[in-house]
Design a protein around this ligand. Structure first.
Ligand SMILES: [Ca+2]
Ligand SMILES: [Ca+2]
Length: 465
């Protein structure tokens, strides 16, 4: 049922555009696309934000919502399934899939901010059908638990207070969901009914105390204030007139970008403290936006300089277009032709897998937690990777930062530990700082290069207590 394909379509014609725009802070965009009864067009397309070949994951069934972990694991919904892929490999490796209890297609997926679990909801398919909210453990890819809300609609969801609470939105209501530390749903509030209806999309303003809701038929954006317990109350409205659909907010929390269905425009809203207002700026789009309920059909880079929006003419012109937000102008496109109708767009940062050697030259890698000293770990260079580019102050090994010599000198040095004539980066970590237990069988090292590329490596350990 699954197969992956790598497309070699290049970006050469657009290269100048990428050169003209600053680095966005993320590496890739991912878009889900669907066309019923046309399995090859039910797929996920991965597009590098700074140019390069596209990658595709073909999924036989219509695709919907997506979540991406900080480690680059993609979760994508299709029918009543959620499938997982590793975006760091080419082609993306299929990791497994989970069946979600639901009589309707599972659509909305949100990853908890601690990246431990996924919250899934399904879009309304008939008023007598029950709606389920379900959480899935990302590491084990097992259902943690599911709650049946009875016959109701449920369109979108966002986490609000870290990984403890989420808001679930229906046509004209919202509920607060509470989660325990394992990701099980521990509480579901009664619905609060808003004064507007036809909620289509939602987004959280960075800081977590404000959320925006788009209301299609009501032609409004609702401003919700959120308290520390995750409860929400209407605190304002922006009157719109083009059936607002999807909404994305920039990293600084100063601008919201709302797609308008009936006008084929992106509206620019200004956020200042707890007030949200219309700038009256509209960016015209060549085709319609169609995101479906709860699909985030627009995404903004962390640096707030670019947006990516999914457009369709319902026939052959389906794709992702790019907006230069420094000038609020649409870049001629499309940037990515998706075949199927683009649904949700997510941006992500890739992690470069690197080799590490705990206690270089010795094996097994025994660590005695009672030891007072340090554990050396080598980040290995390869033909494609120079370990000297890693910034020691960004490195964490089993939760510990690099040990310091004196006040602020990281215990780090370059040395070829494996005889391949390439110098490796040897770092020392205080044993007392390591978050390991006698049950640990491996330890993970993460870090960032001086140019901002994230790295990750792991090696086996034998822990003595
Ligand atoms: Ca070793
Ligand atoms: Ca070496």
């Amino acid at each position: 049922m699954y197969f992956t394909a790598v497309s070699s379509r290049g970006f050469s014609a657009l290269a100048f555009l990428f050169a003209a725009l600053a680095a966005p802070g993320q590496d890739i965009g991912v878009v889900s696309a669907y066309r019923y009864n046309d399995p090859p067009n039910n797929k996920v397309v991965i597009f590098p934000l700074n140019g390069g070949p596209l990658r595709e994951i073909v999924i036989g069934e219509p695709t919907g919502g997506m979540g991406i972990t900080p480690d680059g694991v993609l979760a994508v919904t299709h029918a009543s399934w959620v499938s997982f892929f590793d975006l760091n490999s080419t082609p993306p490796a299929f990791l497994g899939k989970v069946s979600v209890p639901s009589p309707c297609p599972v659509n909305g997926v949100e990853l908890s901010p601690n990246a431990r679990f996924l919250l899934t909801i399904h879009v309304w398919c008939a008023y007598w059908m029950p709606s389920y909210v379900t959480t899935i453990d990302v590491a084990t890819r097992q259902v943690i638990g599911s709650v049946n809300l009875g016959p109701t609609d449920a369109f979108d969801t966002i986490f609000t207070t870290g990984s403890d609470h989420a808001l679930l939105f229906g046509w004209s209501w919202w509920r607060t969901l509470g989660f325990d530390s394992a990701g099980a749903i521990s509480s579901v509030s009664d619905p609060t009914y808003g004064t507007k209806y036809a909620t289509q999309g939602s987004a959280l303003v960075p800081g977590g105390r404000l959320a925006l809701l788009t209301n299609g038929q009501s032609q409004t954006v609702t401003v919700l204030s959120i308290d520390a317990a995750g409860a929400a109350a209407e605190s304002g409205f922006v009157n719109m007139n083009g059936w607002p659909q999807a909404v994305a907010i920039n990293g600084a929390g100063r601008r919201a970008y709302v797609t308008e269905y009936t006008h084929s425009t992106v509206a620019v809203l200004a956020i200042a403290g707890s007030s949200v207002s219309d700038t009256n700026i509209r960016i015209a789009l060549p085709y319609q936006v169609y995101t479906g309920f709860g699909m985030n059909g627009i995404a903004v880079t962390e640096d707030g300089r670019r947006a990516y929006v999914g457009l369709t003419d319902w026939f052959t012109n389906n794709g992702v277009w790019m907006i230069d937000l420094t000038t609020n102008t649409l870049v001629p496109g499309p940037l990515v032709a998706t075949g199927g109708i683009p649904r949700e767009i997510r941006l992500a940062t890739l992690v470069l897998p690197v080799g590490i050697d705990i206690k270089p030259g010795s094996y097994p890698n025994s660590i005695n937690l009672r030891s007072q000293g340090t554990v050396p770990v080598a980040v290995l260079s390869s033909r494609d990777f120079d370990a000297a580019t890693v910034n020691p102050s960004t490195v964490r090994f089993a939760g510990a930062a690099v040990a310091l010599r004196g006040k602020d000198q990281p215990m780090a040095g370059l040395e070829d530990v494996n005889g391949d004539l390439l110098k490796d980066l040897v770092l020392h970590f205080a044993t007392a700082d390591l978050q390991l237990t006698p049950a640990s069988t491996e330890a993970v090292l993460t870090g960032t290069t001086y140019s901002g590329r994230r790295i990750r490596g792991k090696d086996s350990v034998r822990v003595l207590d």
